[in-house]
Design a protein around this ligand. Structure first.
Ligand code: SF4
Length: 64
C-alpha cells in the first residue's frame, strides 16, 4: 500500500475528509464508495483514510 493518509475530521459531530480531488470536504460514506480508497480506520485514536489522492497542500477558499 502506498497511499496518502487523510485525517477524518469529527468536528461538529460529522465524519468528514478533505478530499484533494474534489477540493471540498466529503463524508466518509463517499470515501467508502470511492475507487481510490485503500483503507479507512474510524476506530483509530486519530481516525483516518488512506487513498492514492495526493495530500492536500492548500485549500482554494483559503488561498483567495
Ligand atoms: S477516498 Fe476518494 S473521496 Fe475520499 S479523500 Fe480519497 S479521493 Fe477523496
Amino acid at each position: 500500500m502506498s497511499g496518502v493518509v487523510h485525517i477524518v475530521d469529527r468536528f461538529g459531530g460529522g465524519e468528514r475528509v478533505g478530499c484533494p480531488l474534489q477540493q471540498r470536504d466529503v463524508g466518509v460514506d463517499e470515501c467508502q464508495a470511492c475507487p481510490r480508497l485503500q483503507k479507512l480506520d474510524l476506530g483509530a485514536d486519530v481516525p483516518y483514510v488512506v487513498c492514492d489522492a495526493p495530500a492536500l497542500l492548500w485549500w482554494p477558499e483559503l488561498a483567495a
